[in-house]
Structures are given as C-alpha cells and as structure tokens.
Design a protein around this ligand. Structure first.
Ligand SMILES: [Zn+2]
Length: 423
C-alpha cells in the first residue's frame, strides 16, 4: 500500500504534549530546570513513556535511564531506524532544547502507525538521559549507549544538583550503574539515527527557512590557558616593571578573537573564553596568575589544529613582549562528525515532499547524534530558534516549525525504514 506523503502531524496533540512536558520543572513563564537524574526528570520520562505506550510502542528504560519505544517492522531481524533527542535541560534552560526532538520522533512514529504505512525496519523513539552539561556529563546517555562511558567514568564525575557522583546519582534515580555495560547497543543493531533539534543559532531565522539539514557537527578543542606573572603592589609597581598575568590573558583573548574573526566563514570557527580567573584576585594587587577556559570549534580537524597552532604562537609572542609565560593545559579534542549522505538525502526528500524550503548547515553544538554516529549512519534536522537563543528561558521556537520538522522527520524515517534504501 502506497502512502501519500507528507504525513501531516497532529498539531493539537503535539501542542498538548509539549505543554504537559514544559510544566514539569518549569521555571518562571518559559524556563525549564529539569536536570537529568532528579525527581522532575524522572517524572517527565515516565510521562513520555506513557505516551509511547499509548501509541503502541514497546518501551524500555535501560540501566542508566535511557528511554526507548519500539514499533516493529514487517521484516523480522532487521536493524532499527531510531530518532529522538533528550528531555533534560540546562539549569535553567528552555523548553525546546531536547524535548522538540523527542516529541517530534514520537509524533512521527505515531503518524506512520496511524497511516498504516508499511515499513520493513523497526522504528524506535529514544529519549537519552542527561544530554546537558548541567547533569555532570555532556551527552551522558548516548555515551553509555555507545559504550564510551562506564562505571569508572561515572564514579569520577559529579552530578551538580546532588553533589553525588554520577554513579550514585544514577542509582538514586532508580538505575543500576553497575550494569551500564548492558546499555551499550550492539554494532549492527541500528540502521540509522536521526535527531531533530532546535538550531540554537540565528541562521535559519535569518534565511527565513524552516528546515536545516545538518551536514556535520563541528568539532571542538577545549582546555585552559594559564598565565604566570608576578604579584605586586598596585601603587608601588610602575607600569614598565610589571609582569601582569591578567593583562597578558586579556591580550591573548583579544588577539585570538581577532584571528578567529578573520577565519573564512565556511570554516565556522568560534572561540569562547567562558571562565576567567585571576589570582590573587584583589583590587590593589597586580595579578600574578590568570587562568582562562577556552572552547574552540571548527568544521574540520585541520582548521582546529591550525587555530590551536595560532594560540601557541600568540602565547609565545606575549611571553616575549610581556615576560609573562603562558601555556595550554587540560586539552580535550572532539573531532568533527559528518552526517551520512543517505540520511541527509532522506531528510531532503522529506522536506521536498512536505513542500518545505531547506538549507544545509553545520551544527555548532554537540549532540547525542555525535555519539550515535559511532554506531550507525547519523543525520540531524534543525528547526529555527527565534533570535538564535537557547540555554536560556528566552529560548523560543515557533510551533509551526516544530510541526513542519516533524513531518520531514516522519517522511525520512519512513524512507529509511524501507530495506531497499541505503542510509
Ligand atoms: Zn539539546
């Protein structure tokens, strides 16, 4: 039986579910403080599980708290096509970051079921536990699901809301952290993974396009820049004699900003110094020490490496001119992660079937999809963020865009669940 595309989403039902989830852990009018492994988080997961079951999906919560719902395909033994995102938030964050992707996947699978469209592969909806850094480990649930994080790592990380280790927090939330290895999906168990997410940036809104097909998730280098100067009296020490670590850090920050702003736009280089600390940190003391955290991102690994090289050169220059040595420390690299051509094609076909305009763009943010890419072909679909805002209660996405994204997702899932289509 051929099914007429697009499968239109049930907007009223989606709105009801959206409002119901947004009420759990609500902060103010539009904020959400729903950190993973807390009672509020468990409440929303239970609610999502109920919706999945009402939709006829077979649900499962794994040992660390990932929720999945499965709709069987007509051919037994084939790998599943999976879609979803996360239900936890920053502390506080907005209502769309994460839930948009879970609700869209749920509605997409439900509409596929209601339409009677046949599909060979099973289709699964997932709500990963603990995607946000606020829970203590970024992309926690998908990291466990892909076997990257186990009990050892969980014992070392702190769950900020409780101050316990992640290991203890998983247990306190009803999980069984010792059995984390049981959460790892076998290679070959998934055919493809798709995550619908809000863009968290201004591009789609500026281009007036409802659908962004992600071609890759940019990579990042994170670390610290540490400067060692000489502490001195703020009045007694004339300027030429100073070896001020704060000024060296400031010169480094502004210098690197200039370098990054000059990089070609296509490389999507961003640089953020999110934490600045000077020592000893007193109004009348020339700082003898300064530490910056940096988050450097770019589309390609060579671009990242080039920028890291520029940082080292800048440090060497500042050391010569100011006599303040600086070094990079605690460097952590996450390579860029490409979306698969087959999943992108499915999303583009879906957008065209629904009559939506679309553009290709990279994801600047890290998502669970990056982890899932280790397991199977991955793709992401962005919908617009008003003013590009996210990780704040001001975060907003127009509901019609969520509905449009859901329809594209449904079409893409249906296409990928056909055994003749390559992911
Ligand atoms: Zn998110």
């Amino acid at each position: 039986m051929a099914v007429q595309l697009p499968l239109r989403a049930n907007r009223a039902r989606m709105k009801r579910e959206f409002d119901a989830q947004a009420a759990i852990g609500r902060v103010g009018e539009t904020g959400l403080a729903r950190v993973a492994l807390t009672p509020a988080y468990n409440r929303v997961r239970d609610l999502a599980r109920r919706w999945m079951e009402q939709a006829g999906l077979e649900t499962r919560v794994d040992a660390v708290g990932n929720l999945t719902g499965r709709k069987e395909g007509r051919v037994r033994g084939l790998p599943a096509v999976m879609a979803g995102s996360h239900l936890d938030s920053q502390n506080p964050g907005g209502r769309f970051d994460g839930p948009a992707g879970v609700l869209a996947a749920l509605e997409a699978v439900r509409r596929i079921g209601e339409s009677g469209a046949p599909h060979d592969h099973p289709i699964e909806v997932v709500a990963f536990v603990g995607e946000e850094s606020a829970c203590g480990m970024t992309v926690f649930g998908s990291s466990v699901m892909t076997g990257v994080v186990g009990p050892k790592e969980m014992k070392r990380a702190i769950h900020p809301p409780t101050g316990k280790s992640m290991y203890e927090a998983v247990a306190a939330a009803g999980g069984n952290p010792a059995r984390a290895a049981s959460c790892a999906l076998a290679r070959g168990s998934l055919k493809a993974f798709i995550e619908l997410h809000i863009e968290q940036g201004p591009v789609l809104e500026a281009e007036r396009v409802p659908i962004g097909v992600v071609d890759r998730v940019v990579g990042y280098v994170r670390g610290k820049a540490i400067f060692r100067g000489v502490t001195a009296h703020s009045g007694g020490q004339p300027m030429p004699y100073r070896r001020d670590a704060a000024m060296a850090a400031a010169e480094f920050m502004v210098g690197m900003e200039r370098v990054v702003r000059r990089a070609p736009a296509g490389q999507r280089v961003t640089l953020t110094f999110g934490e600045v600390a000077v020592r000893p940190g007193w109004i009348s003391i020339v700082p003898g020490g300064a530490t910056l955290s940096f988050d450097l991102r770019a589309r390609t690994l060579p671009a990242l490496k080039r920028m890291l090289g520029r940082m080292r050169r800048e440090l060497a220059r500042i050391r010569r001119t100011r006599k303040v040595p600086g070094r990079l420390a605690d460097i952590h690299v996450l390579p860029p992660c490409p979306a698969s051509p087959g999943v992108r094609r499915a999303l583009i076909r879906g957008a065209e079937a629904a009559g939506n305009r679309w553009i290709t763009l990279p994801s600047g943010g890290v998502h669970d999809a990056c982890r899932m890419a280790a397991l199977c072909p991955m793709g992401m679909l962005f919908i617009p963020s008003v003013k590009g805002l996210s990780h704040t209660p001001e975060e907003l996405t127009r509901f019609r865009h969520l509905v449009q994204g859901t329809e594209v997702l449904a079409a893409a899932l249906l296409r990928l669940a056909d055994r003749r289509v390559r992911a």
